[in-house]
Design a protein around this ligand. Structure first.
Ligand code: SF4
Length: 437
């Protein structure tokens, strides 16, 4: 063994979405169960194993994945370099061309890297700990992420994900509840339920079930104190789910709905199965039942055929509706998708200018949303993030980051606080009025 190498250490480099982050956390957990330690930059050795969990959602993400692989090979020339994730699934041959990569592992084998490649046994581990679920982010002890669904059957024309992750697969009920219980027992106060296409949760299970039915059961079990839902497609966010959230004290008043465009012609070309009218009805309904709800959304700007009129339709939709947070993505043709071959591509300079305009609109909407809470009392889950000057940051159920003054023993507790202004960074500042529980 090379003296510079510690075969008992591992490191994982993660690109991309929350789902990838959950899977990296799950791989890390599996390493630890087998007696490995996480590599730290202060170690005098190199890690024995370096896993790069890649992303390929855009051409840029694929390029960044290649850059990270090369960077890792330069930093750890003696380590076993193992590349997995969506880019490894869709373009394994591209990765094999990179000198220094030892293994390329697709999604289906990702969970078994320690057994099949590293051949590290699970010694003295009870059956319950051998079980691998779609787990969990364990970086902080306040908020965790639980992946309850993977894959997608939708084939939107711009998206490579169905090719990278395959068809939808849901985590069975018993594993969802076992994981929630584990998270609660580990001290987490909030869990975010994530998936690639969360709204179709349960379609593939036998007997078939639904996200709504799962959420109703979770509400009854009351395992975590707070549950946040990640992205749900607009046509899958049912009235039943909105009503359940509005009446529940464990579900956060926060929805993230990927709308992508406000123009019917573009939505059709994207193969998104809804129209502007449905979006309006949906967000109006949320606002009626939960006036203080945070409503975040993703918009894909510069899709082929997006002319000035189509872009204005997106801007007017955002302006009219109580959307509170925007994630803006510039379209870039992704090899292997239908939209990459569409003839009416938009000039990248125009896309850049449109993204800037939409982001400015998004910032104005977010600030207006935060300002509404000045003078109001909010409940915050205080997180570990320490802001210089003895301040802490917490998050409300409706996804407002709030700065409070307080000691570290408030971390991972709920407090009530009165918002008095927005600080220079635009974040609401509040004074604690009551400690909860
Ligand atoms: S719903 Fe559409 S955008 Fe979302 S992962 Fe599936 S194909 Fe991609």
């Amino acid at each position: 063994m090379d003296s510079k190498l510690s075969m008992a250490n591992y490191t994982i480099i993660t690109l991309g979405c929350k789902v990838n982050q959950c899977e990296s956390a799950s791989m890390a957990k599996d390493f630890e169960k087998r007696g490995f330690s996480k590599f730290s930059k202060s170690d005098k050795t190199e890690p024995g194993y370096c896993i790069i969990n890649t992303c390929t959602v855009t051409q840029k993400a694929s390029m960044q994945s290649r850059q990270e692989i090369r960077k890792a090979i330069r930093a750890y020339p003696n380590a076993n370099i193992i590349v997995t994730g969506c880019y490894a699934q869709t373009e394994p041959d591209e990765i094999r061309k990179i000198d220094g990569v030892h293994h390329v592992v697709g999604h289906s084998d990702k969970k078994n890297i320690q057994e099949t490649i590293i051949k590290a046994p699970l010694n003295g581990c009870p059956d319950s700990c051998k079980k691998k679920s779609f787990l969990i982010d364990s970086k902080k002890r306040t908020r965790s992420f639980l992946k309850i669904q993977d894959g997608c059957n939708a084939f939107c024309t711009y998206c490579i994900v169905p090719y990278a992750r395959g068809r939808s697969k849901s985590l069975p009920y018993d594993e969802v509840f076992a994981s929630l219980k584990e998270l609660k027992n580990s001290g987490y106060k909030e869990t975010v339920l994530t998936g690639i296409h969360l709204g179709v949760y349960g379609d593939d299970l036998i007997p078939r079930t639904s996200l709504y039915k799962l959420l109703k059961q979770i509400e009854k079990s009351r395992f975590p104190e707070r549950i946040r839902l990640s992205s749900i497609e607009p046509h899958e966010l049912s009235n039943d789910i909105i009503k359940l959230v509005s009446e529940s004290d464990i579900f956060c008043n926060h929805f993230h709905i990927p709308l992508q465009s406000g123009d019917d012609k573009i939505l059709g070309k994207m193969h998104r199965p809804y129209e502007r009218q449905l979006i309006k009805k949906l967000i109006t309904k949320i606002h009626q039942l939960i006036p203080e709800a945070a409503v975040g959304s993703d918009f894909l700007i510069g899709f082929p055929g997006e002319d000035d009129n189509a872009f204005e339709n997106t801007c007017s939709l955002i302006s009219e509706l109580p959307i509170t947070h925007l994630h803006v993505f510039p379209f870039s043709p992704r090899k292997g998708t239908k939209a990459a071959k569409y003839p009416d591509q938009v000039d990248p300079k125009i896309i850049k200018a449109r993204c800037k305009k939409i982001r400015e609109l998004g910032n104005r909407k977010k600030n207006a949303f935060y300002e509404k809470f000045i003078g109001k009392h909010v409940e915050i889950l205080v997180e570990g993030k320490k802001i210089p000057g003895g301040f802490l940051q917490g998050t409300t159920s409706n996804y407002i980051p709030v700065i409070i003054k307080g000691s570290d023993n408030l971390i991972n507790t709920f407090v009530k606080a009165e918002v008095y202004d927005l600080g220079k960074n635009g974040l609401p500042r509040a004074k604690i009025s009551k400690l909860c529980g």
